[in-house]
Design a protein around this ligand. Structure first.
Ligand SMILES: NC(=O)c1ccc[n+]([C@@H]2O[C@H](COP(=O)([O-])OP(=O)(O)OC[C@H]3O[C@@H](n4cnc5c(N)ncnc54)[C@H](OP(=O)(O)O)[C@@H]3O)[C@@H](O)[C@H]2O)c1
Length: 264
């Protein structure tokens, strides 16, 4: 059966390369863009593969749009939810001149909308053969690096979201992972980079093709090696850490729908 991939932010950069490569590989591609009318290269892709490539409007900032897109594909399996689109540009966030409005937008698009996507499309992914949710994150969300605090913290929080999604959907067989795409010559990197968008998409598609359920909650570099997503805080032997038993109790309480901080 033909596999299906849904790609966000597919009109340019790495997202466009993903769409072109998956289409060339014979996949059914649902390519989404904020502004389909301005997505010339995607329109060309649809014309080249009219039965397999669909162009859909999706602005991640608009959660109702995420929900209605998911509803319009109800009952249709999606093998790979490729959460690629992100607010990548913006001010440098020099200390003392932080643009808090931009930061809030980065959080809404790069972090919250990614969870909303996972929630809205979980039934489609669960119903598929491959069951992959692949979130394009960034090393900048996982290491100390000056500047762009809004973008970096939105990606750091995305890494946590991926862990949350992986945990929530593990029993349903979903493989949810995060990845760094490399330093890629796109608008996000002022068209300078170590990789072309095609090289990045190619490397990430090889990772996707190899994923197994034991990979869920991992964070990958584009060469397939693993980056640190979960840190020392998870070590129950660290000084002052929550014990493994308390951690298990808390996990069970949360799974049962208890609220944090309600115990007297
Ligand atoms: N390039 C790098 O070196 C690098 C490094 C680390 C991580 N990344 C990550 O790689 C992914 C792809 O980035 P890229 O390098 O291809 O950057 P890009 O050329 O800036 O592309 C960003 C894509 O996200 C879309 N987007 C932005 N806001 C959106 C919204 N509200 N709703 C839907 N789509 C939206 C853009 O659409 P519009 O054209 O409509 O704005 C565009 O398609 C991103 O998640 C980025 O954070 C890139």
């Amino acid at each position: 059966m033909t596999s299906t991939v849904l790609i966000t932010g597919a009109n340019r950069g790495v997202g466009l390369a993903f769409a072109q490569k998956y289409a060339a590989d014979g996949w059914r591609v649902i390519a989404t863009a904020r502004d389909p009318a301005g997505a010339g290269e995607l329109v060309d892709l649809v014309c080249a593969h009219p039965t397999r490539v669909r162009l859909e409007k999706l602005d991640l900032e608009n959660f109702a749009e995420i929900d209605s897109l998911a509803a319009s594909f109800a009952g249709q399996p999606i093998d790979v939810l490729l959460a690629n689109g992100a607010l990548t540009g913006g001010p440098a966030d020099t200390f003392g001149q932080t643009d808090y409005d931009h930061w809030a937008r980065a959080f809404r698009i790069n972090t919250m909308a990614q969870l909303r996507l996972a929630e809205a499309f979980a039934p489609h992914v669960v119903a598929s053969a491959r069951k992959v949710m692949f979130f394009v994150s960034s090393r900048k969300g996982a290491r100390v690096f000056g500047g762009v605090v809004g973008y970096m913290s939105s990606k750091a929080a995305l890494n946590f979201v991926v862990f949350h999604v992986a945990h929530a959907l593990k029993d349903k067989g979903v493989i949810a992972v995060a990845t760094h795409p490399g330093h890629v010559a796109t608008r996000a990197a002022n068209h300078r980079g170590a990789l072309t968008p095609e090289q990045s998409a190619d490397a990430l598609m090889k990772i996707i093709a190899r994923l197994t359920p034991t990979d869920t909650a991992k964070f990958f570099d584009p060469d397939g090696s693993e980056l640190q997503l979960i840190t020392r805080q998870m070590n129950p032997n660290a000084f002052g850490a929550m014990s493994a038993a308390d951690n298990a109790t808390l996990s069970n309480e949360l799974a049962a729908g208890h609220k944090l901080g309600t115990k007297r």
